[in-house]
Design a protein. Structure first.
Length: 129
C-alpha cells in the first residue's frame, strides 16, 4: 500500500453547533477556556473560538446552519486533566452535567468521564499519564 504525504500539520479547531453563543462562551470560560476569537461574519453571524489556556487546538462555537436545529451529539472531543477526580468534583460543584462517577477500566485505558455542555453535546475528560 502506498501513502501520499499531505501538507496537513495539526488539528486547529473542532466545530460545535451552538444556538446560544453567549451561553456557550460563559460555559467554556467557567471551565478555564479563553475566548481568542469573536468576530462577525456573514451578516448576523459571529465566529467564536475558545481554547484551553495552554492548548493550540480550540473549539469553534458556531451558529447552526439556517433552518437547522441543534441536536446534541457525542463530539469525540477529549480533554486532559492531571487529576481526573479533582476535575470531576470541580465540574460537579459548578453544576455541570457530568457522569455520576469517573470510569476506571484498567490499563491501558486512563480514568475518564463525560460531561455535557449547555446544548447537550458531550465531551470527555481523561487523566493525562
Amino acid at each position: 500500500m502506498s501513502t501520499t504525504a499531505t501538507r496537513i500539520g495539526s488539528i486547529s479547531l473542532v466545530c460545535i453547533p451552538t444556538p446560544d453563543q453567549d451561553q456557550a462562551i460563559a460555559f467554556y470560560e467557567s471551565l478555564g477556556f479563553e475566548k481568542r476569537t469573536d468576530i462577525p461574519f456573514g451578516g448576523d453571524y459571529r465566529w467564536v473560538e475558545v481554547y484551553p489556556p495552554s492548548g493550540t487546538a480550540g473549539i469553534a462555537l458556531a451558529p447552526p446552519r439556517p433552518g437547522s436545529e441543534v441536536t446534541p451529539v457525542e463530539t469525540g472531543i477529549t480533554l486532559t486533566s492531571d487529576d481526573v477526580d479533582a476535575t470531576h468534583a470541580q465540574l460537579r460543584s459548578l453544576g455541570i452535567d457530568v457522569d455520576a462517577e469517573v470510569a476506571r477500566m484498567g490499563d491501558p485505558v486512563p480514568p475518564m468521564f463525560w460531561f455535557r455542555d449547555p446544548s447537550g453535546h458531550s465531551l470527555m475528560v481523561v487523566e493525562q499519564r
